[in-house]
Design a binder for this molecule. Structure first.
Ligand code: NAD
Ligand code: ZN
Length: 362
């Protein structure tokens, strides 16, 4: 029921299952090693799962301080951090307290960053509540906040003491949030190999029926893969961790160009379509594989709608963020599922080809 992640900076367990936070509530203090705690919680999640969360809180020892906030990108901010630190000081939470982040990726990024700098770092437990956070953002120790107009520009690498993935939270997730999680799951399919990709392609509809055997399997596979990459390249130094950015250079540009009107996971699906076309154009992926992988992406054509977009603007955004010394852009591309190419270079003409072909479906 648990997956161990032995990262260079910390060795910790990820517990996965229905109701794990209630099963483990009396153990959370010992997982974190300390008594007093602050819970940073998404107010939406608190409202939807009030009883469950309050019963978890009852199982905690010591003083428990609750900080509820509206989880939107605007609040993934320095201002929220200040409020959290003010509250922690007012409640006398010292260096032997710990922090619980309970919510989606926004809550995890904000709470994790607060934990990483308060008193030079206190223990932190992450309880992800969106599918995207369960398969992706809760694993790997990237934390951060937005500043000015730049997303995630202030942050740290900071591993939690433990991650508790309680799949019961998924029950209240709206369809478009499930779709976002699936975007990252499709990415893992392409990173892991054809067996897992084929499983996802055949069964993804089950996510929308809240089918637990499907959800558990994709969470496990994703956590295991991301965990094993983080063990080898925790701070994105050797390059291996870069493979997790498959589709993301395009996706980030799409998010910016669309003024953040599109959700990250949906942009990832569109970004993967571009990466597939680019892999094919540069001769890395043959037509047969291109068609196979695209046929899953295309199933989402009616659920992901881009406002009119400008390919030149998209290219300029990518160039600004990712250009290398030679003036071309580096992408993560692939030959087939499980066979990745890191730092593949593409010039402007090929990048525009990928944008135009990849985004034609949406
Ligand atoms: P989120 O935290 O914004 O949650 C999305 C929405 O779902 C919110 O409205 C939230 O209130 C709601 N919600 C959360 N749990 C729910 C539940 N159980 N039932 C019903 N509604 C629920 O979004 P997210 O997609 O989880 O995360 C996106 C954020 O994660 C971005 O800020 C992104 O930068 C970050 N991120 C970080 C990493 C990382 O490695 N640290 C990776 C990917 C994304
Ligand atoms: Zn992502």
């Amino acid at each position: 029921k648990k997956i161990n992640i032995n990262a260079p900076s910390r060795n910790y367990d990820v517990f996965i299952g229905n109701n794990v936070i209630n099963k483990y509530s009396s153990k959370i203090n010992s997982l974190a090693g300390y008594n007093d705690s602050i819970i940073i919680v998404d107010s939406n999640v608190y409202r939807l799962h009030k009883e469950k969360i309050e019963s978890m809180i009852k199982g905690l020892k010591g003083n428990v301080v609750v900080y509820k906030f509206k989880a939107d990108e605007k609040n993934k901010s320095l201002d929220s951090l200040k409020k959290i630190f003010d509250l922690m000081l007012r409640k006398n939470l010292g260096r032997s307290s710990f922090l619980i982040a309970l919510g989606g990726g926004i809550t995890g990024d904000l709470g994790g960053f607060a934990a990483s700098v308060y008193a030079r770092g206190i223990g932190y437990i992450h309880i992800p509540t969106t599918l995207l956070a369960m398969v992706d953002s809760a694993i790997g120790g990237k934390t951060g906040i937005n500043y000015g107009h730049t997303k995630n520009i202030i942050g740290s690498f900071y591993q939690p003491e433990s991650v508790l993935i309680d799949t019961e939270f998924i029950k209240t997730l709206p369809r478009d949030e499930l779709l976002c999680g699936l975007g990252e799951v499709i990415k893992y399919g392409l990173l892991i190999g054809d067996d897992f990709f084929d499983y996802v392609a055949k069964n993804y509809r089950k996510a929308f029926d809240y089918n637990y055997s499907f959800l558990n399997k994709v969470i496990r596979e994703s956590v295991s893969l991301k965990g094993s990459i983080v063990e080898k390249d925790e701070n994105e130094k050797s390059g291996l961790r870069k493979i997790l950015n498959l589709g993301h250079t395009f996706a980030h540009a799409i998010e910016v160009e669309q003024n953040h009107k599109i959700k990250h996971g949906q942009a990832v699906i569109a970004g993967i379509a571009c990466a597939l076309h680019l892999s094919n154009k540069l001769g890395m992926m043959n037509d047969e594989y291109l068609e196979k992988y695209l046929s899953l992406i295309i199933e989402f054509r009616n659920e992901i709608k881009l406002k009119q977009y400008n390919p030149e603007t998209l290219y300029k955004i990518m160039f600004r963020d990712k250009k290398n010394k030679k003036g071309s852009i580096n992408f993560v591309l692939l030959e087939k599922a499980g066979k990745l190419i890191i730092d593949a270079e593409a010039d402007k003409r090929d990048a525009l080809y990928a944008i135009n072909n990849g985004l034609q479906y949406f």
